[in-house]
Write a protein that binds this ligand. Structure first.
Ligand SMILES: *Cc1c(COP(=O)(O)O)cnc(C)c1O
Length: 362
């Protein structure tokens, strides 16, 4: 990936050194404008990480102690962490069995008097039911927040994910579909006041017009100019990289159909396949077989949030789908630079490894 953009990266790096403006400045403004345009939102505010993007969004919405925020239990822990970091209580919900995403019905069932927001996570770069989720949030007068940290450039019904909620958050951790060379994040929104508020909170609560005045308790969560320049250099490739991931996903679907169960794309989604996840009942046995042929796989995520030590104290309803899925899910190799022959090899190995399991399982 970096070989492909090496010339642009070298140029960005040199410009950053020459300009000697390392926090804020033109490089950050340029990236923010480009990212807002890509997301179809009025504003993008660069921040220090995806976790901070969530924390700042919740704070800008005025969510804190005494509030509950609905979070799908199968997500990266940062989603729940952000809720706890602002002093609110995560209310975990189970997910839909086909997509492993939060459904409007699940979200609705957990809304109570203290609910202040729903965070929908576009897990694996996939999206579903955004109109319906927004309608549920509107009906209850609560905010819909999108954690789009795995969904850079993904669409749902013709609109970019991240643009459906009051706020959408992104991480630019190096492993994401659009990654910096370190930590980074962004919040996107159409709301002028929320954007202004986040910009101020991320910069020590400074007043827009007078940097020596601090209107409220903020924090330091700014996007580095160097990371912004790197992201601007990579952004023109994002669509091609996402398309390469979709081509691999198509290949997996064609080759593995009838062999293994796969997590489904949301209706109306153009996903970006941050992960490609299959479900295998006897996963432990199976994974050992696959490592024999040196195919690296991952599990996203082996333990649902509500079962993590330190998070078990939050009361939940039944989480059968997420709990069953966590025993079965396996993320297959997927990256824009994986060749068709490599994907083919993975499919062969997978089909081979699964056959003996079927015999064992009867
Ligand atoms: C990566 C990720 C985050 C956190 O982003 P960081 O930049 O690592 O703080 C939050 N939510 C989801 C779904 C993620 O995948």
């Amino acid at each position: 990936m970096h070989a492909e953009v090496r010339v642009e990266l070298d140029r960005a790096w040199a410009a950053a050194l020459d300009g000697s403006r390392f926090i804020g400045g033109e490089a950050v403004d340029t990236f923010e404008a480009a990212w807002a345009a890509r997301c179809g939102t009025k504003h993008a505010v660069g921040v220090a990480s995806g976790t901070d993007a969530l924390v700042l969004s919740l704070r800008a919405l005025g969510i804190g102690a005494g509030d509950e925020v609905i979070v799908p239990t199968n997500t990266f822990i940062a989603t729940a962490e952000a809720v706890a970091l602002v002093g609110a209580t995560p209310r975990f919900v189970d997910v839909d069995d086909r997509t492993l995403l939060i459904s409007p019905g699940r979200a609705m069932s957990e809304i109570g008097a203290r609910t202040a927001a729903v965070i929908v996570v576009h897990l694996y770069g996939n999206g579903a039911w955004l109109d319906e989720l927004r309608a549920v949030a509107d009906r209850h007068g609560i905010a819909l927040l999108e954690d789009a940290s795995q969904a850079h450039g993904a669409m749902w019904r013709g609109r970019p994910l991240g643009s459906y909620g009051r706020l959408g958050t992104f991480s630019f951790y190096p492993g994401k579909n659009l990654g910096a060379l370190g930590d980074g994040g962004a919040v996107v929104t159409d709301d002028d006041d929320l954007a202004r508020s986040i910009r101020s909170l991320a910069n020590h609560g400074r007043c827009e017009t007078d940097g020596a005045r601090h209107r409220r308790g903020g924090m330091n969560s700014r996007l580095d100019a160097i990371q912004a320049a790197v992201l601007t250099a990579k952004l023109p490739r994002l669509e091609a990289w996402n398309e390469a991931r979709r081509a691999i996903a198509r290949q997996y679907r064609e080759r593995l159909g009838g062999i293994v169960r796969m997590v489904e794309d949301g209706d109306g989604a153009v996903p970006v396949h941050h992960q490609f996840v299959v479900r295998i009942p006897d996963l432990d046995l199976f994974r050992r077989d696959l490592s024999d042929v040196v195919i690296e796989t991952g599990i996203h995520y082996p333990t649902p949030c509500h079962r993590q030590p330190g998070w078990e104290r939050y009361p939940t309803s039944e989480m059968l789908v997420a709990e069953n899925a966590s025993e079965e899910i396996l993320s297959l190799p997927i990256s824009p630079h994986l060749g068709a022959s490599q994907v083919s090899l993975v499919c062969e190995a997978l089909a081979q490894a699964i056959r003996p399991l079927e015999v064992v399982g009867g």
